[in-house]
Design a protein around this ligand. Structure first.
Ligand SMILES: CC(C)(COP(=O)(O)OP(=O)(O)OC[C@H]1O[C@@H](n2cnc3c(N)ncnc32)[C@H](O)[C@@H]1OP(=O)(O)O)[C@@H](O)C(=O)NCCC(=O)NCCS
Length: 165
């Protein structure tokens, strides 16, 4: 299953805006009354959204780099590249999470070469916690969402650095 990360186009952005996850992941569903705002947000280059594609063509998910991956209420005073990610609902839960995450981390390395990568995951989302911990991330902080009283964890991974003598 070769995956590639490429710029997101408007059709991809509209697809994401209409995704519907079943409970408990319906937390990630977007407001159907805000499709245009969400499409604009995904396509705004300042938000660093990219598409994840299978076989170069089939759109299977998105990733984002930077502030989009931060959750209100979290402490992001330490440096780190925040990663956001979402896979098309009908492809989730099929054991492929580690491949999607590996592709996103490879791309992040090529694009940004970050010393530290960071994700913020809702505490109820054991599936996402499992897959990010499997990729070498560990929990460094927890907090409650500023507006939704949902607990979250912040996880980081220190990337290998070239050590000087
Ligand atoms: C988070 C996400 C990328 C994971 O990808 P996925 O393909 O659905 O994940 P998988 O099916 O591979 O499951 C990941 C792991 O969690 C395990 N898992 C699944 N459900 C679980 C649960 N309820 N409790 C604990 N572990 C669970 C799986 O067994 C798998 O473990 P393994 O890698 O050892 O086999 C994807 O579900 C997604 O995009 N979800 C919607 C958005 C979201 O959750 N965002 C959070 C930030 S990434």
């Amino acid at each position: 299953m070769p995956l590639s990360i490429q710029p997101l186009d408007e059709a991809n952005a509209r697809e994401i805006a209409g995704w519907h996850y079943d409970a408990p992941y319906n937390f990630y569903n977007l407001n159907p009354d805000e499709i245009e705002q969400n499409v604009d947000y995904f396509l705004d280059p300042r938000n660093n959204f990219y598409g994840i594609f299978e076989d170069s063509r089939e759109f299977v998910g998105y990733c984002s780099f930077g502030e989009d991956g931060q959750v209100p209420g979290g402490d992001y005073s330490m440096p780190g590249l925040d990663i956001g990610m979402g896979i098309c609902p009908n492809l989730t839960g099929q054991g492929r999470g580690c491949y999607y995450v590996a592709a996103v981390l490879d791309f992040a390395q090529q694009m940004f070469a970050p010393p530290i990568v960071r994700v913020t995951i809702a505490a109820f989302n054991q599936r996402a916690l499992h897959v990010w911990c499997g990729a070498g991330f560990h929990i460094v902080d927890n907090f409650e969402h500023q507006y939704q009283s949902v607990p979250f964890f912040i996880l980081v991974r220190e990337n290998a650095r070239v050590l000087k003598d």
